[in-house]
Design a protein around this ligand. Sequence first.
Ligand SMILES: C[S@@+](CC[C@H](N)C(=O)[O-])C[C@H]1O[C@@H](n2cnc3c(N)ncnc32)[C@H](O)[C@@H]1O
Length: 252
Amino acid sequence: MVLYLIGLGLNDEKDITFKGLEAVKKCAQVYLENYTSFLQCSVQELEKFYGKKITLADREMSEQGAEKIVDEAKSKDVAFLIIGDPFSATTHTEIFRLAKEKKVPVKIIHNASVLTAIGITGLQLYKFGKTTSIPFPEEHPCLETPYTVLKDNLKLGLHTLMLLDLRPAENKYLSINKALEVLEEIEARKKSKLITSDLLVVGCARLGSDDFIIKYGRVSELKKIDFGKPPYCLVIPGKLHFAEEEVLEGWK
Ligand SMILES: C[S@@+](CC[C@H](N)C(=O)[O-])C[C@H]1O[C@@H](n2cnc3c(N)ncnc32)[C@H](O)[C@@H]1O
């Protein structure tokens, strides 16, 4: 039997690949990891389109329960659905490793990820440095990591992708406006003059959907924009090639 790790892409039930859909249809058990990202459709819409009952896998089931899921695939075909691409969140490498260790056949069906879709901004993917995340500030009052990562990337002229925390089960999403305030708050402590109100940044919401939003502008401008529904991310450009600048200007 096989454990399938299937990427769902970024938008809705129809973003699954044909190969992914074929695999889901033959599985006896289908799990959906729904805590690291967010789709623009409901679980019911996924179930209807795939013709399968879906079991939601929260962080605990996906991480501590990974062994149980892998063991289940010894006696039946199991699908583990991941929003975006299976390998774009560090958490899912563990279930892959575990399947290999237990000698359970595992097949990966890739899909689009925020890590590639961000190329729509015009920023060249190979000029991105380390990706970082901004967590909810109330849980990390002394946060420094995103600022340190940004500093290191900027030294090399590289762009910085910042993923913004989310907790779909609680309908809680860190907005772009709030993320910029978090960066300003770190700036006030660290004083390296990286984040100023004039700094040009890129805010993105719902990449991959028809109503995606990308805005390129100053921190002071982006803080006033309502980006609508999640998920959101932020990019702080490094050194720009003129071709990148041309596309970015279109998002002003
Ligand atoms: C931990 S990553 C998981 C990435 C996902 N597995 C993928 O391949 O796209 C989730 C974060 O990526 C960002 N993100 C994911 N999808 C996005 C989208 N469609 N538009 C903008 N940002 C997105 C958000 O910051 C979100 O909190």
